[in-house]
Design a protein around this ligand. Structure first.
Ligand SMILES: NC(=O)c1ccc[n+]([C@@H]2O[C@H](COP(=O)([O-])OP(=O)(O)OC[C@H]3O[C@@H](n4cnc5c(N)ncnc54)[C@H](O)[C@@H]3O)[C@@H](O)[C@H]2O)c1
Ligand SMILES: O=C(O)C(=O)C[C@]1(C(=O)O)C=C[C@@H](O)C=C1
Length: 307
């Protein structure tokens, strides 16, 4: 157990990520007091039943009063409204951060509302599951995962270091980078795989010659992996697609070109070309495993949300 890094931590939004932060902060003793706020009364009551915090508010502005760390854990499209709401109540010297999967849009939407004297440091833990809601959280979610922070050039390095220490205490490795670069990298490693999964599962669902019961009955592990990603929260992924539009379209264009090349190789029986590509990609998978970033067979079913 570490010494508390913060006196009062406020979490706005208490779904998968908010509840996992609450549990990790509690387990590692990172805050003397955890305040929870969310917009729906039912979710707030559920968070209370799960004992995720010490106090609970529907009013986000009340919830941030006196907090020295405020973490926005809402879908990226909701950040601006929340920022506008809480801005007048933020304490001088507080650190304000978020966990959104995209960073450029969060900066553009939140920064204009941040009062002078508050340190706004956008963040993104690269850890999650396809489940959502307060029941889905677990304290070890961030262990051995990366958390990317995208502080602006004029942010006090001591504030960035304090937030980094928080994430390290949750078990994460911390990197800092520019928000736009984050969005380009995440477009290929996270956003595109989800979009492809939504698309392939949609294609299977629309087939006329293969029935949906056959898709369910014979789905082998490859297709099942896609269905896990395609079961992710629709609001979250709608917001990601809308807020990281340019980087996603750029990666989709490259993907389409490469898919056309693959299509050509199959059409013309280019076995060598296929073998070379599959050998190269197998190497990437092996590098991921060697780097300790592989999470085969996680029992995420245990953390399934009821809400
Ligand atoms: N799920 C993942 O794998 C994952 C991983 C890393 C980052 N993220 C990011 O974390 C954020 C939260 O994702 P999650 O998976 O925890 O989602 P979730 O759906 O489990 O939880 C979202 C929470 O936000 C609340 N909420 C929604 N709109 C709100 C508003 N206007 N005001 C107050 N509360 C509001 C909901 O009631 C809920 O408590 C998103 O920005 C997402 O991009 C998600
Ligand atoms: O493992 C999963 O289910 C996830 O989709 C998690 C995942 C990812 O793509 O790795 C999804 C979105 C987040 O912003 C970060 C992590």
């Amino acid at each position: 157990m570490s010494d508390p890094l913060f006196d009062r931590l406020t979490l706005i939004g208490i779904g998968l990520i908010g509840s996992s932060i609450a549990l990790a902060a509690r387990q590692h003793g990172l805050a003397k007091e955890i305040v929870v706020s969310t917009r729906s009364e039912a979710t707030l009551r559920r968070a209370e039943e799960l004992n995720l915090g010490d106090s609970y508010y529907l009013d986000a502005a009340q919830a941030v009063e006196g907090a020295d760390l405020v973490i926005l854990c809402v879908p990226v499209g909701a950040n601006e409204g929340v920022a506008r709401w809480i801005a007048p109540a933020l304490k001088q010297g507080a650190i304000l951060t978020d966990v959104g999967s995209t960073k450029g849009s969060v900066v553009r939407q939140v920064q204009p509302h941040v009062p002078a004297g508050v340190h706004f440091i956008p963040g993104h833990p690269i850890a999650g599951t396809e489940h959502s809601g307060p029941d889905a959280g677990f304290a070890s979610l961030f262990e051995n995962r990366w958390c990317i922070l995208t502080p602006a050039a004029d942010i006090d390095p001591a504030a960035t270091e304090k937030l980094s220490a928080f994430w390290r205490a949750c078990g994460s490795n911390v990197d800092t980078m520019d928000a736009d670069h984050h969005d380009l990298v995440l477009a290929i490693v996270s956003h595109l795989p989800h979009i492809i999964a939504y698309n392939i599962v949609g294609t299977a669902a629309d087939l006329e010659t293969v029935t949906s019961s056959e898709v369910i009955k014979y789905s082998a592990s490859g297709f099942r992996d896609f269905t896990r990603l395609a079961a992710s929260d629709p609001t979250m992924w709608r917001d990601i697609c809308l807020s990281n539009k340019d980087a996603i379209l750029e990666m989709l264009a490259r993907f389409s070109e490469d898919l056309s090349a693959l299509q050509r190789a199959i059409r013309w029986g280019d076995g060598d070309g296929l073998f070379d590509l599959f050998t190269r990609t197998r190497g990437i998978r092996r590098s991921i495993i060697e780097a300790g970033q592989e999470t085969d067979a996680p029992d995420f079913g245990r953390h399934q949300s009821k809400s």
